[in-house]
Design a protein around this ligand. Sequence first.
Ligand code: URA
Length: 213
Amino acid sequence: MIAENTLDEIRVEIAQCQRCPLAAGRKNTVPGEGPIDAEIMFIGEGPGYYENEQGLPFVGQAGKFLDELLASANLKREAVFITNVVKCRPPGNRDPMPEELEACASYLDRQISAINPKVIVTLGRHSMGKYFTNAKISLIHGKATWVKGRLIVAMYHPAAGLHQPNLKPTIMADFRKLPDMILQAKKSEEIQKTAQQNDEETQHEDPTQLSFF
Ligand code: URA
């Protein structure tokens, strides 16, 4: 499958990447994981200590909470794609710098094109910034917006729920909206496909027959 190859190629390129200074401090790159046909993609910020050790996204404390959140939304971790805006660990888990985000951006864009998810969930401020510049997460969390034919939803980062337990119920409530959002995105895709088919059929109709109407 072409898209699957593409995802593998991106992974190999990330493994060799020297585009920014984060490359020097990494143990492993963390390209992300999940199936090529994932309907939903989660974009976090960047690998932390355990992710850097294992080369896998969200395997530390925040990852455990993410697993709970996915289960509460009836989503299987193996069925979703999970990645980050930067694929190497920022030292001491600091925020990624604008030049690091910039250097890594095309990997994420290519992953999105290869997977073509129906819904994208951004986790935290930096991934929210990819779609919603200058937005306030406290105002837009859990609200779905159509961007280029797919639904984008900004959510609090799971680590925020661990640091501020009062946010936990809000994060959980936002996650529970996801099955409906996936359904909505699928329906819209079907409607568009049908409209396109109808258009194509109309274009191919015999002009002599059309003249009867
Ligand atoms: N936090 C993130 O944003 N990403 C990870 O992969 C782990 C923790």
